[in-house]
Structures are given as C-alpha cells and as structure tokens.
Design a protein. Structure first.
Length: 193
C-alpha cells in the first residue's frame, strides 16, 4: 500500500509541477485577459503542488525513509524556480547596466522605460493586462534622446527630453502628446549623466 501511495505522490507532484512550469512560461507569451486566466491556473497548480509537497514530507516522516521525500524535494525546487525566477534574474544580470529607469503612472496601469549604458532601451507601455515589451536603441544628444524601436512602434513618441522638476529630480518627458497624453517618466534608479 505504501508503494502505491509513493507512486501516486510521484505522479501528482510531477503533473502539477509540469503544469505550473507551463503556466509560468505561458504568462510571458500571452496578452490581455489570457494572462489573468493563466495566472489563476498558476495559483491553483502552485497551491496543489504545495499541498502534495507537505503531504510527501509527512509521509516520509512516517515511513522513516527519505526516498519517499524525493517527490517533495522536486516540488520544492519547482516552486522555488517559479517564485524566484532565477533565469530572468540571470538574463537581466547579463545585460548592460541601467542608467535610467523611469515610470509614468496612470489610473490602472504604469508605463516604464529603461535606458541602458550600451545605448539600448526597454519600453513597457501602460496597457492594462498586456505585458508587452518593446526594445530598441537610443541616441542621446545633450538632454534629448531619440528612440529607435526594433519592431512595431507602440503609442509612444520616439523623441524625449530630460527635464528637472521643481524638487530637482530628473525625469524624461515626451516632446509631443500621444492621444492627448504626455508621458513623463519619473526616475526610479540612478540619475543619467
């Protein structure tokens, strides 16, 4: 009977771990309402996997055999992988240093822009439930920058200028408005040179 329980535990742990990993990858490739549904599934699979991890450890303690704890250890590894996202952190560490990271907050969303030391940028438009990322290169002349998007251009101006607010903080402002909205990206990280 114990052997059958161990096999069942292996089966459910691997199934929920695989489903959780698939949902985690799918959230990077989906947009809109699909992201919300996949995130909900990710929560369900995560809680089920956590339940089987706890059950597996209790079973291993009652059996006094650590071989039965292996499915739980695999489950903990997958949960840690999804929560802490080590691949995304490694990918970010390999990119050039960020010299400006600004955000422009709206009612239900927030546009962000990262300018990197090597002349590249990442632009995250303020679109509700649509985590798109636009990348490209920028050129800087004095206090002005020109963005050159690699792919389709989002609803953003490609010419921006650095300004100082009344408090002395630096922000990046679009030269023209898009649909009556002028994005002003207030600094989060280090000041540009």
């Amino acid at each position: 009977m114990k052997k059958r329980t161990t096999h069942t535990l292996w089966l459910y742990t691997i199934a929920f771990a695989a489903a959780l990993l698939v949902c985690d990858v799918a959230t990077d490739h989906c947009t809109g309402f699909e992201v919300l549904i996949i995130f909900g599934l990710e929560l369900v699979f995560g809680f089920l996997l956590a339940g089987f991890v706890i059950f597996g450890f209790f079973q291993a303690l009652s059996d006094s055999r650590w071989k039965t704890a292996i499915p739980s250890i695999v489950g903990i590894f997958v949960l840690a992988f999804v929560v802490f996202s080590p691949i995304a952190r490694i990918r970010e560490a390999l990119k050039a240093d960020v010299i400006f990271f600004g955000k422009c907050e709206h009612t239900v969303s927030m546009a962000r822009i990262k300018l990197r030391n090597d002349g590249t940028f990442e632009y995250f438009p303020a679109t509700f439930l649509d985590p798109k990322l636009f990348e490209g290169a920028y050129s800087r002349s004095g206090d002005s920058i020109v963005l050159s998007f690699e792919e389709a251009t989002p609803l953003a101006k490609s010419k921006m200028v650095f300004k100082k607010s009344g408090t002395g903080s630096v922000y990046l402002s679009e030269l023209d408005s898009v649909d009556g909205v002028c994005h002003e990206f207030y600094q989060i990280l280090d000041k540009p040179d």
